[in-house]
Design a protein around this ligand. Structure first.
Ligand SMILES: Cc1ncc(C[n+]2csc(CCOP(=O)(O)OP(=O)(O)O)c2C)c(N)n1
Ligand SMILES: [Mg+2]
Length: 579
């Protein structure tokens, strides 16, 4: 058949695309419908256009240099706002980079959703070698609270709704949502698409504690001779600040904040027992845990730290947390806000304060320890040590209690936690339950983006290295973040030597005298090299005043740290007498 005699192709009816929508837009519309206004992510196939369209539709898209930090940002945003933080990644490797943050968020009970594009199911499931092939849903499942995959455009609304509910309800955590590449381009009728979306009603329903559990707890507390309250980051997350304060103050019971619960009541509060921590843990007879788990951070509720026998009241949203380490005499199960307000109501207005013998003994120890600390902080050694540097930072934070402090490292973490007082709730973000390095810049970006307040990231030089490239992100979005690198030339310090005697330095040692400040300058931010507390304070004050991205390279005595900071005991020791 010659070309001339070929029948003309049948005219295909032109679809009226104005009445159509697609996967891209349905995901964006579903997120917007649920008041999600920010996405933390990193573009690439198959989500590049999605990031552009989301931005065009008014969602703030914060683009990172590595997915782990985008994921950490989403997790911190979730903790700060009680809305799931969204992290968006590409298939296989991008997904895996984000997965550490998802697992960490789940461990910390922070609500986040990792949305990941994925490759073609038909090829992935037959293992035919697709671009970035991986069964991501199967990989994510054991590492998060829930995992879903959406295959059809009309199910996007359900998928997003289920992800939000799973992240926020009960004990919050990380959720994985798998969106295969094909889904984004799938089309459907726009009106039907709109109807398929779900606005989630009451995603974190209150869970009211049983009245008898509240009564049992108060009866136990009433009989206590040496009571103690322990506040965990669950208490901070709950945003039940007034009730928590009322419970502590009306009961007159001394309290200890876990590190991310610092500031729920100001650390300078007369009932804070932080400066007598080991005494109160060993001596207390009844301990009220509020949103705090008896994990390794609390020596599992037993052993030398906890001294004599004691009874526990545990306020937690998850019934299976109870008895996880030691017997709990009085569990109170429900959301922290409802539980604490029930306790406050049950206590009434004439609750008998704990015996003066107990509170007096604590005050005595506190005063002694605080006086000792003041002496140490007043010294001005050269080079700076952790104490003299933190003494300067502590005064700046006192003057700017609205600033968010991000903190990681070993010695840098331990000393900052005990020296820098916090005055307001949810102003301290750190390595959390895992003691993970690498949260620094992701958390700092999220804190700046969602609070709009100044952020001070106090970082060990090793800790900073895990996310250091994100200083470009901080500069790109011009965020009011001041990074302070405590530069002691290595992991825990810079003095270790190669026991084999070769030319390599020891595994814990870095390049000496590194100038991390120049990294910030490379992207247009302010870099400062500080060798005295005065220089450090001046630079930090200026950073907060200007709101400009700043990195202060704070030179710290390389001999000042100890191995693993305060958890040296967890280091396995060789008993063999070799090197
Ligand atoms: C992801 C991860 N990798 C490794 C570690 C082990 N680790 C604990 S603290 C730390 C760094 C400590 O050094 P630095 O941040 O410089 O703090 P310093 O003690 O020197 O102040 C490392 C690598 C960890 N906690 N998390
Ligand atoms: Mg160090």
């Amino acid at each position: 058949m010659s070309l001339a005699t070929m029948p003309a192709p049948a005219a295909t009816p032109v679809e009226d695309t104005s009445k159509m929508t697609d996967g891209f837009h349905l995901v964006i519309d579903a997120l917007k419908l649920n008041d999600i206004d920010t996405i933390f992510g990193l573009p690439g196939i198959p989500i590049t256009d999605f990031t552009r369209m989301a931005q065009a539709e008014g969602i703030r898209v914060i683009s990172f240099r590595h997915e782990q930090h985008a994921g950490n940002a989403a997790a911190a945003a979730g903790f700060l706002t009680r809305k799931p933080g969204i992290c968006l990644t590409v298939s296989a490797p991008g997904f895996l980079n984000g997965l550490t943050a998802l697992a960490n968020a789940t461990t910390n009970c922070f609500p986040m959703i990792l949305i990941s594009g994925s490759s073609e199911r038909e090829i992935v499931d037959l293992q035919q070698g697709d671009y970035e092939e991986m069964d991501q849903l199967a990989v994510a499942k054991p590492l998060c609270k829930a995992a879903f995959r959406v295959l059809q455009a009309e199910d996007i609304g359900v998928g997003i709704a289920r992800a939000i509910r799973a992240a926020l309800s009960g004990r919050p955590g990380g959720v994985y949502l798998d969106l295969p590449a094909k889904l984004f381009a799938q089309t459907m009728d726009a009106a039907a698409g709109k109807r398929s979306l779900i606005k989630v009603v009451d995603p974190a329903p209150r869970q009211i504690p049983a009245a008898d559990s509240v009564k049992r707890a108060l009866a136990l507390l009433k009989g206590a001779r040496r009571p103690l309250i322990l506040l965990g980051k669950g208490a901070a997350y709950a945003q039940a600040d007034a009730d928590i304060r009322a419970f502590v103050e009306n009961s007159g019971v001394p309290y200890l904040p876990m590190s991310m619960a610092k500031g729920l009541l100001p650390d300078t509060h007369p009932q804070s027992a932080s400066a007598a921590r080991s005494y109160v843990l060993a001596e207390a007879d009844v301990v009220v845990l509020i949103g705090a788990r008896l994990n390794w951070l609390l020596s599992h509720g037993k052993g030398k730290t906890w001294g004599g026998p004691k009874q526990f009241i545990q306020v937690d949203i998850s019934p299976t947390e109870i008895d996880s380490n030691v017997a709990i005499a009085a569990p109170v199960i429900g959301d922290i806000g409802s539980c604490v307000s029930a306790l406050v109501a049950g206590m009434g207005s004439n609750w008998t304060e704990p015996p003066a013998e107990w509170t007096g003994a604590i005050t005595e120890r506190k005063d002694k320890n605080l006086a000792k600390m003041a002496e140490t902080l007043a010294r001005n050694p050269s080079p700076m040590n952790f104490h003299s540097a933190l003494a300067a930072i502590r005064e700046v934070v006192k003057a700017r209690p609205d600033a968010v402090v991000v903190n990681e490292g070993a010695n840098t973490l331990d000393f900052t936690r005990s020296i820098v007082d916090m005055y307001q709730p949810r102003k301290r973000l750190d390595v959390g339950t895992w003691g993970i390095m690498g949260i620094g810049m992701g958390f700092a970006v999220a804190a700046a983006v969602v609070t709009g307040k100044p952020v001070i990231a106090i970082e060990g030089d090793s800790a900073f290295g895990f996310s250091g490239m994100e200083v470009e992100t901080i500069c790109r979005y011009n965020l009011p973040v001041c990074v302070i690198v405590f530069n002691n030339n290595g992991v825990y310090g810079g003095t270790d030597v190669n026991r084999g005697g070769g030319p390599d330095v020891a595994p814990t040692v870095f390049v000496k005298g590194a100038r991390y400040d120049k990294m910030m300058e490379a992207f247009g931010g302010v870099g400062v090299h500080a060798t005295t507390p005065q220089e450090l304070a001046t630079a930090l004050n200026e950073a907060i005043r200007s709101g400009k991205p700043t990195l202060i390279n704070a030179v710290i005595d390389e001999t000042a740290g100890t191995e693993s900071g305060r958890i040296t005991r967890l280091n396995p020791q060789s008993t063999a007498k070799k090197k």
